[in-house]
Unconditional design. Structure first.
Length: 429
């Protein structure tokens, strides 16, 4: 009861709009696709007009393209609008950011895991919609935001910041793993027995699950939800996570710029939060329009992820919201062969083939320090057969254009940051 009171007190202080947005999103769960798209068109017209009137960047961008807000008369007209990328937002930050006329703004920053972090200020409706979208996803699993929960996330070793983190965690009724030692994980396990849900970096949850499964004191938990965010959830994570925590890890997909893009329902489908975003797929790459980003318009934004949309699939949960069938990974840096270059997404297909053809799930990290050479570090020990099968799959894509070194039992994990499947130290040409 105390944490419920603290939660509502915090909501009133931060953003009273959250409750109203949540009620709206719960009501719109039952909308038809036609009703959802009608609402999207209304909000698209509004945000494009807002951007044109308040942002010198968007006004020039649309004027140069010969586009006026009044040209948007149907949802399909969105393709008339130019696509923007992170570089555009970084280079024109001051001409996009609009801070006038807002009672309250919320500072936000992207992780910077793919380069320079983007700093922006979100208007209250944007912040409230992002939080309400998350709460709606929680509601599908019977989870309340004030329920006791475990947290896998990065943290600072600075004493003052560590104290601040612990105070914040107490107010949010959560506990996190501050040490990945056996003692730290044992203490985390004890607290997890009373938790309702678990969330955070999927790779960290996987690593902890492995240690729990190997320990002599396995525990039984009563978790309603295990949620991964900010990283791709690899298929091979699930076996260890289910064994350790008793639940499959579900996905919350989004970013600081876009808010919540999609949330996985109990039937295993990632539903697009259509009331807050419009999602397009162009050559396998996601393009996102944030419909509530008035203070820093995000319109037809190339996020940098490869996804697969399934616009025909119907979900047994009854919702008509569009479905993202898979988040394949980051567009990422390229792999430099001796003569050719290859997209880093190639690793996704190589290791998927290892599962489909050979029934082998491998946890990997590829590292390139120089052109024409590639090191693949694997978590698992390598038999000669597995190594040969992996080499064959690599050659199917790279031929002899790369000198490959494959190391078994050699995957290192940095617990202070996101896990990357591919690290390139080659200067881009």
């Amino acid at each position: 009861m105390l944490h419920k009171i603290l939660y509502y007190f915090g909501v009133r202080l931060r953003s009273p709009e959250i409750i109203g947005k949540y009620k709206f999103l719960k009501a719109s769960e039952s909308w038809s696709l036609k009703e959802l798209e009608k609402y999207q068109l209304q909000e698209l017209k509004r945000i494009v007009t807002k951007a044109y009137e308040s942002s010198n960047f968007y006004k020039k961008l649309y004027d140069d393209a010969g586009i006026k807000p009044t040209d948007i008369t149907k949802l399909e007209d969105i393709i008339k609008l130019p696509i923007v990328n992170k570089k555009d937002l970084l280079n024109n930050n001051s001409e996009i950011q609009n801070t006038k006329g807002y009672r309250k703004l919320f500072y936000s920053e992207t992780s910077g895991s793919t380069g320079e972090p983007l700093e922006l200020y979100r208007n209250s409706a944007w912040d409230a919609t992002a939080r309400a979208s998350q709460l709606r996803g929680y509601s599908w699993y019977g989870v309340k935001p004030w329920d006791n929960n475990g947290y896998f996330w990065g943290f600072s070793f600075d004493i003052k910041k560590k104290i601040k983190t612990k105070v914040l965690d107490y107010l949010l009724n959560r506990f996190r793993l501050f040490s990945y030692t056996d003692d730290g994980i044992n203490e985390f396990q004890k607290k997890l027995k009373n938790a309702v849900f678990l969330e955070g970096y999927s790779s960290m949850a996987y690593e902890v699950a492995k240690k729990i499964n190997k320990s002599s004191n396995m525990s039984t938990f009563n978790l309603k939800m295990v949620k991964g965010t900010s990283e791709k959830i690899h298929d091979y994570y699930q076996e260890e996570i289910i064994k350790a925590f008793g639940k499959k890890m579900i996905s919350e997909y989004g970013s600081a710029e876009t808010g919540i893009i999609a949330f996985e329902c109990p039937f295993g489908n990632m539903h697009v939060a259509m009331e807050g975003v419009i999602v397009e797929e162009e050559n396998g790459e996601i393009i996102v329009t944030n419909l509530v980003s008035d203070s820093f318009p995000i319109i037809r934004y190339r996020l940098g992820d490869m996804v697969s949309l399934d616009l025909l699939k119907k979900c047994n949960c009854g919702m008509h919201h569009q479905i993202i069938s898979e988040v394949l990974g980051r567009v990422g840096k390229v792999i430099y062969g001796k003569n050719e270059i290859y997209p880093s997404l190639t690793f996704y297909y190589i290791f998927k083939n290892m599962v489909m053809k050979h029934g082998i799930s491998l946890n990997y990290q590829a590292v390139q320090d120089e052109v024409g050479k590639l090191v693949i570090n694997l978590e698992q020990d390598l038999s000669n057969e597995i190594k040969e099968n992996l080499l064959v799959e690599c050659r199917n894509y790279f031929n002899d254009d790369l000198d490959l070194i494959i190391n078994g039992d050699n995957l290192k994990r940095n617990y202070d940051s996101k896990f990357k499947d591919f690290i390139s130290n080659v200067k881009e040409e």
